[in-house]
Ligand binder design. Structure first.
Ligand code: AMP
Ligand code: ZN
Length: 395
């Protein structure tokens, strides 16, 4: 068998064929560093980790990039919500470039701590948007020279009517209107590549200001992975607008295919709907640990669901996951070192994980193997440790 992944581009599970045999290039939309990430965000970062670990387990060489959105004014999400400005306001800080940097650096460190606690491997490159302005300007200039841009009073925009393929991700033909409104926009779906700001920001050929949110990911991914790369991931909420805009910018600038496989995780929900900071339902990892749970019990909780199924966060469900995880650790303690990996169970485990990263079924194989008394304890331990290269449960 070979690795199969669900590709949002075709809405089907496809065999994964990398551009360069034996190597995988992958990019994950990272955090906007204006606050602590919530445990819903962590599900998106865990997806990146599972894809990487699975590829490495299968013998592929991985290059992994995740961005840090640390600048922007005029909207750093599809709702046009100004997360960085709201972060500065919340902390009683004046809106200056220096304070933006301090805020961003602080929450970047907190993000690194939270992901490390979940055993999420650090990506090979973690670029900051503030350090890649020149690359963003380069893409906008390429689009400019090809007639894809126009300038209005508040910025430079991408003209979606010039792109016949616009919105191809997930065949999401409707509902792509950018909610960042400006009456001068030519089409509702058009989006900002550069936003003017006379007081703050970076110099550009069009005037001082900030890059649009989408151009940040187009620039940081292609800078480190090349114009075409294998895998791009993010939460499902990013697919309709953010990712379709990334595709439109990148493909029209280079005249080539941007990404082969698009993977999207479903949400962590709470009773009121999707967990979100803006709704006041964003629980952080430290809320979880303060309630007495270990970060890896949360990882175990997430692995119990397939990444394309929604999960509902509740303390009861987390308690059940913590109990199962503790039982797993106790089982490990009762086993012995010195064995070899059981080939039959390894084949079963591989089959599950190769099938679009089916972590719940892979975990079930691990439990069946641990209960199989026909295997010597040392073989069970060696086999479990081998599985843990993918599961990342610190066993
Ligand atoms: P943001 O910082 O808002 O851009 O989010 C970072 C990542 O978390 C993105 O990939 C989002 O799609 C993802 N995300 C946001 N909320 C949730 C949620 N409740 N469940 C799962 N993923 C989420
Ligand atoms: Zn992105």
């Amino acid at each position: 068998m070979a690795l199969k992944l669900h590709n949002t581009l075709t809405n089907s599970v496809e065999e994964f064929v990398p551009i360069t045999p034996g190597q995988v290039s992958m990019y994950h939309c990272g955090p906007t560093v204006y606050d602590y990430v919530h445990v819903g965000n962590l599900r998106a970062f865990l997806l990146g980790d599972i894809v990487r670990r699975t590829c490495e387990y299968l013998g592929l060489k991985v290059r992994q990039v995740m961005n840090i959105t640390d600048v922007g004014i005029g909207g750093n999400n599809d709702e046009g919500e100004d997360k960085i400005l709201s972060g500065l306001k919340r902390e009683g800080k004046e809106v200056t470039m220096e304070n933006m940097k301090t805020l961003g650096d602080f929450y970047t460190e907190r993000f690194k701590e939270d992901t490390a606690a979940l055993n999420i491997l650090p990506p090979h490159v973690l670029p900051k948007a503030s350090e890649h302005i020149a690359e963003m300007i380069g893409i906008i200039q390429a689009l400019d020279s090809k007639g894809f841009t126009y300038k209005i009073d508040d910025g430079v925009y991408f003209d979606t009517s010039k792109d016949p393929h616009y919105g191809k991700l997930g065949k999401l033909g409707k509902g792509l209107e950018s909610r960042i409104e400006n009456s001068q926009k030519k089409n509702a779906r058009d989006f900002a590549l550069w936003k003017f700001n006379s007081n703050l920001g970076f110099p550009s050929p069009w005037g001082q200001g900030f890059p649009g949110w989408h151009i940040e990911c187009s620039a940081m991914s292609t800078t480190y992975l090349g114009k075409s790369f294998d895998i791009h991931t993010g939460g499902l909420d990013l697919a309709p607008v953010h990712h379709n805009n990334e595709i439109a910018q990148s493909e029209n600038a280079c005249g080539c295919e941007f990404v082969r496989y698009w993977l999207h995780n479903e949400f962590v929900n709470v009773a009121q709907g999707k967990m979100a900071k803006s709704e006041g339902t964003g629980l952080t990892l430290s809320d979880v640990t303060k309630a007495g749970f270990s970060p890896l019990a949360y990882r175990y909780f997430l692995l119990l669901a397939h990444y394309r199924s929604p999960v509902t966060f509740s303390w009861e469900a987390l308690t059940a996951a913590e109990n199962a995880y503790e039982k797993l650790k106790k089982t490990v303690e009762s086993l012995e070192e010195g064995g070899i990996v059981d080939a039959d169970y390894k084949a079963k485990f591989t089959e599950k994980i190769e099938n679009d990263l089916n972590t719940p079924q892979a975990l079930a194989v691990a439990w069946t193997m641990l209960k199989d008394k026909a295997l010597p304890p040392s073989v069970r331990l060696a086999t479990l440790k081998d599985f843990d290269k993918v599961l990342g449960l610190g066993l």
